[in-house]
Every structure is written in C-alpha cells, then in structure tokens.
Write a protein that binds this ligand. Structure first.
Ligand code: MG
Length: 386
C-alpha cells in the first residue's frame, strides 16, 4: 500500500541568474520544457509530495501562474522576498504538511526517488539533505596561486531538496532566518538553530544550473534521457512573384519566377526549418525570425536553416533525417534538380545524403499549386540526442 503524501514542496525560483550572462536560467529550454518545469514536475511525481508551491519575484507571480505546466502540476505560485531565505520562509509559511522539502528551481534533473528519500529521512530524523561525496581534491587558492590543500575526508556537497519538519523550520526562521544573518541553505539555518541534519546519498545528475556551462551538461543529460528520435512535420507555401530567380530547396533556378515572401521565398527550406524546430521542441521559424524584421528582409533561406541547425546543436540535439515533398505545377522538377536539392539540404543540416529525401508532386494537382500560382512544401524531420 502506498502511504499518503506527507510532505509539501517549496520550489525556489526567485534568483536573478546573474552568473548566467543575462539568460534567465529557469526559463532556459531543456529538451523542450523550461528548466523550472522539470524541477516542478519532479516534485509533483514524488509519492511523498502533496502540495507544490513555487516562490518567485513579486513581478513574475502572475505570468508564472498562468503557465500551462504550472497548472498541469497543480502548483501554486507565491511572491518571495529579497534574500533566498526570505523566499524560503514565505514558502514554508504558505504550506502546512508535517514535512517541508525546499528545492532549488535550478536543479531540474532531481529524481522523484531522491525527493522521496529526503522526505522519509526528514520524517525519521527531523531534518535531512542529499549529499554527494567530494571526488576532486580541494585546493586553497590565493589569486592564481595554490597555497594549500583541504582534506576532503568528511566533506560533502549539499544538494536539494532539503527536508525538515515544518515546525522546526518555522521556529528556526522566527529565531534566526528573519534577522540579518545570511544562510546559504536550510541545513545551515537548522544547524544554527541547534538541530542535527541527517545526510542521505545525493545524485550525480542532480546538478544546479548556475553558469552557462552547466546548462550544456544538463541538456546533454536531459536529451540522453529522452530516448530515440523525435519526429515532427512542417509545411509552408508561397505565391510566385513577378521577378525571375527561384530559390527552392536550397538551390537557385534562374529561369523560373521567384516566390514572393519576406525572405528569398524558399518555402521548401522554411518547411524543413519548422519541422526541425518542432521536433526539437523549439517553436517555429516565425517565432525565431518574425516576418517584417528588417534584418531578415530578402535573407537567403539557407542562412535561416543554418541558424536553426546551430540552435538545435546548441541544445544538445542533431538532425537525424529529413523527408521533403514539394508540390507545384511549375517549374519542372526532374531528378537532377531534386538531387541538387538533396545535396544542398544534406550540406546545410550536416546529414548524410542517404538521410535526406526530396521528392516533388507536379502533375494532376488541384488548387493554387495546380494552377501554378504557388509552391507548397511539406517536410518531416527527425531529431535525435547528440
Ligand atoms: Mg515561408
């Protein structure tokens, strides 16, 4: 029989991300979801957890509360305070379970099993935190000089969630946490209040995203955890314009009319971009490059595709396959042109030509493509972890 949930989780999302070079780390994409969404989902998935509360800055409460993934998790969003400990105190005071778990929103890969382990240890011992042994040797530094060693025996790196009986936390905040003393975490506060904190084994993958580099590591882990290839479709259509010089499928056909559009009009590459972005959980071309942006007027769509592939690679993913179908009565698209498009798409996406297919439907068409007024393109793209 599964025990009833006995812990409430407070997820702290009030940081300023000042070590991330301006990126809002909690909103950064991790395999298709914001980092904070992963942290909240892990709390929600733990059998010991009843309520999930997210504490954030006053100015962000309404926006965050309307996120679909917050609502799906049934999480509440409340305003925090100036210091981390003020935000945690607000969260602790807003819940009422016997045990409270305080988790950094920037630790997205915590497992529900670890959350449960901390909750049970906190229930058994009053307070508990996950700890990882220190593997690297520790040096004392003065500037760039190594001036000594620190014995690593008996040292551990503290992670979250940190769990404690709610009454201990409330009393500790009332005695110390509301004063001028600054506490790095709840274990420090509880120790200051004279409580013994129990250590449970943490998890190597329960990393905290602090620097931009950390994001890369966490993304690689998250993508590796999402197995296989993800597929999505994309489609686009543009009308012919008055001038000659068609850009289609990444090649140039000089004696056919150009497709009109904000860019060079290459509907085939646009369809591929949309399919790749969708398979990566990264939105669509229109969101990345809004039509009407003067910076992209008349842009070569090959540049758009290169930029999309770069973003996908940056997110720890890679294109795995592309299947493109171009629909239109003109121009004639014989084997030679389709082969050139296939080579072009393979080159732009870093794929082997064997993983790219380009075909055309040119006869017996209805509607605008059949009347030769437009060219439509449909793409199916697969994206895999790198
Ligand atoms: Mg387009």
């Amino acid at each position: 029989m599964r025990a009833a949930p006995f812990a409430d989780a407070v997820v702290v999302a009030a940081g300023s991300s000042r070590r991330m070079g301006g990126i809002d780390k909690l909103r950064a994409d991790l395999a298709g979801r914001p980092i904070l969404a992963w942290s909240v989902a892990a709390m929600r998935a733990a059998g010991s957890v009843r309520d999930v509360v997210v504490v954030t800055g006053h100015d962000r409460v309404a926006e965050l509360a309307s996120e679909p993934w917050i609502r799906a998790a049934g999480a509440r969003v409340i305003p925090g305070g100036t210091r981390r400990q003020d935000s945690v105190a607000a969260g602790v005071r807003s819940v009422d379970a016997d045990i409270v778990l305080v988790h950094d929103g920037a630790r997205p890969l915590v497992s529900p099993a670890l959350v449960d382990r901390v909750a049970h240890a906190a229930s058994d011992h009053g307070a508990a935190i996950p700890v990882i042994a220190v593997a690297d040797s520790l040096k004392r530094l003065e500037g760039e000089a190594v001036t000594g060693v620190v014995a690593r025996d008996g040292l551990g790196r503290a992670q979250t969630p940190q769990g404690a009986r709610r009454d201990l936390l409330v009393a500790a905040f009332a005695s110390f946490g509301d004063g001028p003393e600054v506490f790095g975490d709840e274990a420090e506060l509880l120790a200051r209040a004279g409580h013994r904190v129990h250590a449970v084994e943490g998890e190597g993958r329960n990393l905290k995203v602090t620097h931009a580099d950390d994001l890369e590591v966490v993304r690689a882990l998250a993508n590796a955890a999402v197995p296989g290839v993800r597929y999505a479709t994309g489609s686009d259509s543009h009308p012919f314009g008055p001038e000659d010089g068609l850009s289609l499928g990444g090649i140039r056909i000089d004696d056919a009319p150009r497709l009109s559009g904000h860019s060079d009009g290459d509907a085939a590459l646009h369809a591929i971009c949309d399919a790749l972005l969708a398979a990566s959980g990264m939105g669509d071309l229109g969101r990345l490059f809004p039509a009407g942006d003067p910076a992209t007027r008349g842009i070569d769509s090959r540049e758009l595709l290169r930029s999309v592939v770069a973003r996908i690679v940056e997110a720890g993913l890679r294109p795995a396959s592309i299947d493109l179908t171009i629909t239109g009565a003109r121009p004639r698209l014989g084997g030679a042109r389709l082969d050139r498009m296939r080579e072009a798409v393979a080159g732009l996406t870093g794929l082997e030509a064997a993983h790219v297919s380009v075909k055309a439907a040119t006869g017996n068409l209805s509607g605008d493509p059949g009347a030769g007024r437009t060219i439509a393109a449909d793409a199916l793209a697969g994206v895999a972890a790198r």
